[in-house]
Design a protein around this ligand. Structure first.
Ligand code: HEM
Ligand SMILES: CC(C)=CCC/C(C)=C/CC/C(C)=C/COP(=O)(O)OP(=O)(O)O
Length: 333
């Protein structure tokens, strides 16, 4: 990766020492990054890894899975592999830019949580300047790519994903627990990138049901995480549901309602995509792959323990790709 070009001296990586992290260290590093005359960027073996980590890669990959499935649901066997590839590449770049911008915004807050303090910005391994450049390049090329190769509607939904995630969700995290609802919409909008890129109508009911699937899924997914990390979130100043309502009743209710709503919307989608005995069989399959998440959300509601929350999180990460496979089968039979 030649971004760390040695001549003229460009400081892409700040001091890679991550042993002391905290707000002060970030501020110190940001100012020293601009005045440190001796700053000669060294080839850093972890640079590529850090650039990937900045994008929240695992979330991006799961988002791409949902974007691709939405394209298959919209077009079935008519879906051209090239159309799919363009939609995935554009979505990956826009999502990666959004993930980077979120980490730029929260670089100080991230120092306050064990889970996030070793990220490249709070740990001082990448400078603010280069993170902003990276985020801008990804965002602009991703949006241009989507609008050129996929069309105006997918580009619009790409921009909407970025803006709602960065400009509304991210600042809301320290203000109100409603942030999760906005985050759920951001996380669901890439469905419409895939759906419209493959020729689906912007007002098509199945496209918006796909959005509803992802919105519903994020409640058990995130309430599990928010419960597990409630102390860290609270200490760092993030107003997640279990922070403002520490009994866990609200997190539990949102998880159970989300899990049941998810199953209902998924079955509705199966019936709008397949018909006859295929729809019957695939509905049963959908119930089977979603059963674990429904069960674990109810278990969490009763127990409200870290272990039951962890189980619900893993169930969510297993249920989503499984349900996506069932939807793909429904679209292709
Ligand atoms: C309100 C919306 C969401 C919030 C606040 C959220 C938050 C998080 C957090 C904090 C983690 C890290 C958990 C840990 O470190 O143990 C995580 C994990 C994960 N999330 Fe989400 N998420 C949301 C929506 C989504 C969406 C829409 C997707 C993709 C479709 C997704 C996919 C994943 C995956 C694959 C992981 C596991 C990998 C990892 O830990 O990075 N999430 N989520
Ligand atoms: C990253 C990416 C591909 C963004 C595209 C839009 C999108 C899928 C948004 C929904 C996911 C979301 C809110 C994740 C992280 O939460 P968080 O930022 O609160 O997580 P953190 O506590 O780990 O920073």
């Amino acid at each position: 990766m030649s971004l760390a070009a040695p001549s003229p001296p460009i400081r892409l990586h700040a001091n890679a020492d991550t042993s002391v992290v905290g707000v002060d260290s970030v501020l110190q590093r940001e100012s020293s990054a601009t005045r440190d005359e001796e700053a000669v960027a060294k080839a850093h073996p972890g640079l590529l890894r850090d650039l990937i980590v900045l994008t929240k890669p695992r979330i991006v990959i799961m988002v791409l899975v949902t974007t691709g499935v939405a394209a298959v649901v919209a077009a079935g066997w008519q879906l051209s592999p090239l159309v799919l590839l363009h939609a995935l590449l554009g979505t990956a770049a826009v999502g990666a830019s959004a993930g980077t911008m979120n980490q730029i915004w929260e670089r100080r807050l991230d120092c306050g949580m064990k889970r996030t303090r070793s990220r490249p910005l709070p740990a001082g391994r990448i400078t603010l300047f280069w993170a902003v450049v990276y985020c801008g390049v990804l965002g602009i090329t991703g949006t241009a790519y989507l609008s050129w190769f996929s069309g105006p509607a997918p580009a619009f939904f790409g921009i909407a994903t970025w803006l709602t995630y960065v400009l509304i969700y991210t600042p809301m995290k320290t203000r109100t627990s409603w942030n999760t609802t906005v985050g759920a919409v951001s996380g669901a909008l890439p469905m419409m990138i895939g759906y419209t890129a493959a020729g689906g109508d912007v007002l098509g009911i199945r496209g918006w049901l796909l959005v509803a699937v992802l919105v519903a899924w994020q409640y058990p997914h995130f309430m599990a995480i928010a419960w597990m990390y409630r102390r860290e979130y609270g200490e760092a100043g993030f107003l997640m549901t279990p922070v403002v309502e520490p009994t866990g009743r609200s997190a539990a209710a949102q998880s159970v309602v989300g899990a049941f709503a998810l199953l209902a919307v998924l079955v509705a989608l199966v019936w709008m995509t397949a018909s006859g005995w295929s729809a019957v069989g695939l509905s049963l399959l959908m119930v089977a792959v979603s059963f674990g998440l429904v069960r674990d959300s109810i278990r969490f509601a009763y127990l409200k323990t870290d272990a039951s929350a962890r189980r619900m999180m893993f169930a969510s990460l297993l249920q989503l790709p499984s349900a996506m496979i069932v939807l793909v089968i429904a679209a292709l039979v």
